[in-house]
Write a protein that binds this ligand. Structure first.
Ligand code: ACO
Length: 317
């Protein structure tokens, strides 16, 4: 597996911390000091399928890949515009792709799960080229009257095109689930079936911030160490650590525990907030385009999310 193209797309609307103070009891100072976030993008008239399609087009263009050469389109998404069909079908339709599509909902770990699946398809010879699109609108899940959650999120889409290569650039993955729905969840609406009664249905994203914080730091450090051990690579040999962008303090704590220089932990949280599974492909695209990401480099990815899902991957670019 080799990354041969990347792309991204963001909603036009920028929402600053100052904008949030107009309807929430919060401040720029609190949000920056507790999360590192200064602004985020929020979908207004565009849909999550629109930004997913745009990111996909840009990644295909960057890869110089014709649609006929694409074998599989995987979309990672938590909330889209429809329960069904999933966004992969909409994006395929907009691109004019009629091959296999696959939708996965692995919360913020979804991009890593998609990468692992894509690598398996490529290694097995079931595909030669795979497009992964992570298109997310956590702004839809958040309760915008709850200052403890809504300030954290932003919308966006990132995409990568993967091609089979020998040996695979996906050196090791380490992806798992620590089942616990209490710390982070959002129930579906009740529906109107007269024979079904559900307590606590519907509503918004519910999060126990401190428990998620603890889980995030420990799982991220553990997974990154595990994936390096699996590949027999030292942490020092890794050029970049691309971590799920949930909170700058989580990133700082992981960096301190791993005893690696701050410069190896690039971020986009300050400008974009937590864009769920799109965080990592958005970072990959930005770094590939500005030249930071170069052939031969070792990149460690790590994410965690509702489930609780978590994992890491070690890539040779
Ligand atoms: N503005 C002002 N005050 C606030 C805000 C806000 N936006 N949010 C919370 N507060 C207040 C609280 O009400 C509380 O006030 P009190 O002491 O009077 O009760 C005080 O600030 C401290 O609240 P804490 O919850 O203890 O704040 P903490 O330092 O833990 O930060 C945060 C909260 C940012 C949510 C942190 O716990 C965190 O980042 N957790 C992890 C979140 C995360 O990663 N979520 C994952 C999302 S989904 C995903 O990515 C998979």
């Amino acid at each position: 597996m080799k990354i041969i193209g990347t792309g991204s797309a963001l909603p036009e609307q920028i929402v600053t911390n100052e904008d949030l103070t107009k309807f929430l009891d919060t401040s720029d100072e609190w949000i920056v000091s507790h999360t590192g976030i200064r602004e985020r993008r929020v979908l207004d008239r565009e849909s999550v399928n629109d930004i997913g399609t745009l990111a996909a087009r840009r990644a295909l263009e960057d890869a110089g890949l014709a649609l006929e050469e694409l074998d599989l389109l995987i979309c990672s998404n938590v909330a889209s515009d429809y329960f069904t069909p999933g966004p992969a079908c909409f994006i395929a339709g907009a691109l004019g792709f009629s091959g296999q599509t696959l939708d996965i909902n692995g919360a913020c770990t979804g991009f890593l799960q998609a990468l692992d699946i894509a690598d398996a398809y490529l290694r097995a010879g079931k595909a030669r080229n795979v497009l992964i699109v992570a298109a997310e609108k956590p702004s839809y899940l958040a309760d915008w009257t709850d200052r403890a959650t809504c300030v954290l999120f932003g919308d966006g889409a990132g995409a990568v095109v993967l091609q089979n290569s020998e040996p695979s650039g996906c050196i090791a993955t380490c992806i798992a689930t620590q089942p616990n729905e209490d710390f982070l969840n959002m129930p579906t609406p009740a529906g109107n079936c007269p024979f079904t009664h559900r307590e606590g249905a519907g509503g918004y994203l519910r999060m126990n911030g401190q428990e998620v914080y603890r889980f995030a730091v420990s799982s991220c450090v553990r997974d990154l160490r595990a994936v390096c051990e699996k590949a027999d690579v030292s942490l020092e040999a890794v050029d970049w650590f691309l971590l799920h962008q949930a909170n700058q303090r989580i990133l700082n704590a992981a960096q301190t525990r791993l005893k690696q220089p701050k410069e190896k932990f690039p971020g986009n949280i300050e400008r974009l907030g937590n864009t769920s599974s799109a965080c990592i492909p958005l970072l990959l695209d930005e770094m590939r385009r500005d030249g930071r990401l170069r052939e031969g480099q070792l990149v460690a990815l790590s994410a965690f999310g509702a489930g609780l899902t978590h994992g890491a991957a070690l890539l040779r670019i």
